[in-house]
Design a protein around this ligand. Structure first.
Ligand SMILES: NC(=O)c1ccc[n+]([C@@H]2O[C@H](COP(=O)([O-])OP(=O)(O)OC[C@H]3O[C@@H](n4cnc5c(N)ncnc54)[C@H](OP(=O)(O)O)[C@@H]3O)[C@@H](O)[C@H]2O)c1
Length: 250
């Protein structure tokens, strides 16, 4: 149910794991609008409004279900820009967190993507540029978010750790780790009282990510995209390079 013409060999393509909503959708829209064949993965691909799905190749995927991950269509041409974006938030003291929440978030943010990445990398016909959307929560001091923070830190470090083996497999392979701060994505922070006027615009952040990825020549780069808290400039993205040392917990 897509209107995309078959990709031509050797034309760059984009695949967005978690491209149906939020930041992932903006990354997919900007890829499509730039003329790239764009593959969108998510649970809700077949319930997207036709206007929202226009121009995408839609691929159903539930990262929390190993059978879905193993059955997902990973036939992707290349060179491939592969965005690892899918996620969900959890703000809860650990003692109130259920087994199902621990298992569900871990499979969504870490083990499901690793199973999927293993399949994509094993069959990729050309070079892969992995762009990982981690989070400033991987190094910021946070309260009642220990599981989420741990998994975002793990996502970033898995991506850094993959660089040697990816470059050994193909010197053209690349990895980018992005650590965004708060985005104006109400779906993500369901149930929380948040002033979205002080958060970053996901379309603007997607543009920054695409430019950084397109200009990258080194095998690896890491970016922080944090929001300004200056009065009058709240929510303006501030970009800096390199990893951050974790903040002290107290
Ligand atoms: N929002 C923020 O303030 C913020 C800040 C820093 C980092 N981040 C990170 O940015 C990423 C995107 O967040 P967002 O704010 O754009 O969130 P969002 O609007 O809630 O989008 C989440 C995306 O993940 C997909 N997804 C969720 N569960 C899935 C599952 N089980 N299997 C496959 N796909 C699944 C969703 O697709 P379906 O529902 O179709 O499955 C959707 O496309 C996340 O990794 C998040 O940790 C967000």
């Amino acid at each position: 149910m897509n209107a995309v013409t078959p990709p031509s060999p050797n034309a760059p393509v984009a695949a967005v794991i978690g491209g149906t909503r939020g930041l992932g959708r903006q990354l997919a829209v900007q890829a499509r609008d730039a003329g790239l064949d764009t593959y969108v993965y998510g649970r809700s691909v077949h319930t997207m409004a036709p206007a929202d799905a226009r121009g995408f190749v839609l691929r159903e995927l539930d990262l929390s279900d190993p059978a879905s991950v193993d059955a997902a269509d990973v036939d992707l041409p290349g060179p491939l820009h592969l965005f690892w974006v899918a996620g969900a938030f959890l703000k809860k003291p650990l003692v109130h967190t259920t087994d199902a929440e621990i298992e569900g978030l871990t499979s969504l943010l870490l083990t499901g993507p690793l199973r999927l990445l293993r399949r994509i990398l094993a069959t990729a016909p050309a070079s892969v540029h992995l762009v990982t959307i981690a989070s400033s929560s991987g190094w910021r001091r946070r309260e009642n978010e220990s599981l989420y923070c741990a998994l975002k830190a793990a996502q970033a470090h898995v991506s850094r750790s993959l660089v040697p083996e990816l470059v050994a497999a193909d010197p053209a392979n690349r990895v980018t780790v992005i650590n965004p701060g708060g985005l104006a994505v109400p779906d993500f922070h369901t149930g929380l009282e948040i002033d979205y006027g002080t958060m970053m615009d996901p379309a603007e952040v997607a543009g920054i990510i695409w430019r950084a990825a397109a200009e990258q020549s080194a095998p690896f780069q890491e970016l922080q995209i944090l929001r300004s808290r200056e009065p009058g400039a709240e929510g303006t993205p501030i970009v800096s390079h390199g990893p951050r040392v974790p903040e002290p917990p107290l």
